[in-house]
Design a protein around this ligand. Structure first.
Ligand code: GS8
Length: 223
């Protein structure tokens, strides 16, 4: 997709769950954009210039305006800058607050704990295992029998959390637990989300993500 009409460009990385959030959100809103893939092992001048604070992707560029960094902030920005597109966040303030709460929970618990699982060894890794299982059980219980995390409609919290779902299989393998036993409803939800074109086009199969986790472990993991 090119961003000529909207003037949108995304500093991107294929398997990044944070970039995937933005790509799914842009697709849900029907906003064309140009993806600018970044080499994170050898960061280029553009990334360092547009995100000098964190030096991380994703970064959204919009028509020469100051860059917008941080995936969830980008999602909020898209809702605010393109009011004519389908909103990601629900209208009700309490529902919005809950959506933000669970997006934050999944990132802090599942993604951060997952990073400990592939990066660390010994006691740190061993401690992360029960934390991961508890976090997945908690998310599974929060989902319960709902179709999507916030109820009957797919939205902000699903977009924020579903990229992590493709990493869960890898976490289960690393920590030797059965994801099917720990979070069956979450797996069914991820499959349901994957039926949407916005998600299907922007996520990768868990096996491919697991291969990438192996690369991360070999390259950046504790030796
Ligand atoms: C996290 C972005 C991030 O970790 C957000 O956008 O929500 N809180 C931020 N980006 C990673 C790639 S995905 O793991 C990144 O750019 N890493 C490069 C680095 O750390 O050097």
């Amino acid at each position: 997709m090119a961003g000529e009409k909207t003037g949108l460009q995304l500093l991107d990385f294929w398997v990044s769950p944070f970039a995937q959030r933005c790509r799914i959100a842009l697709a849900e809103k029907g906003l064309a954009y140009e993806s600018l893939p970044q080499d994170l092992a050898n960061k280029g001048e553009l990334l360092l210039r547009v995100n000098p604070v964190h030096k991380k992707i994703p970064v959204l560029l919009h028509d020469g305006r100051p860059p917008v960094c941080e995936s969830l902030i980008i999602l909020h920005y898209l809702d605010e800058a393109f009011p004519g597109t389908p909103p990601l966040l629900p209208a009700d303030p309490v529902a919005r607050a809950h959506a933000r709460f669970w997006a934050d929970y999944a990132e802090k618990k599942v993604f951060d704990c997952g990073t400990t699982l592939w990066k660390r060894t010994g006691q740190a890794q061993a401690q992360a295992r029960p934390e991961m299982v508890e976090a997945l059980r908690t998310l599974d219980a929060e989902l319960g029998d709902k179709a999507y995390l916030a109820g009957e409609a797919f939205g902000f919290v699903d977009i924020a959390v579903v990229p992590f779902a493709t990493w869960i299989l890898g976490y289960g393998r690393l920590a030797e637990f059965s994801v099917e036993e720990v979070c069956p409803r979450l797996l069914a939800w991820a499959k349901r989300c994957g039926e949407r074109e916005s998600v299907a086009k922007n996520l990768y199969p868990p096996e491919k993500v697991y291969e990438f986790i192996g690369y991360l472990k070999d390259t950046y993991g504790d030796k």
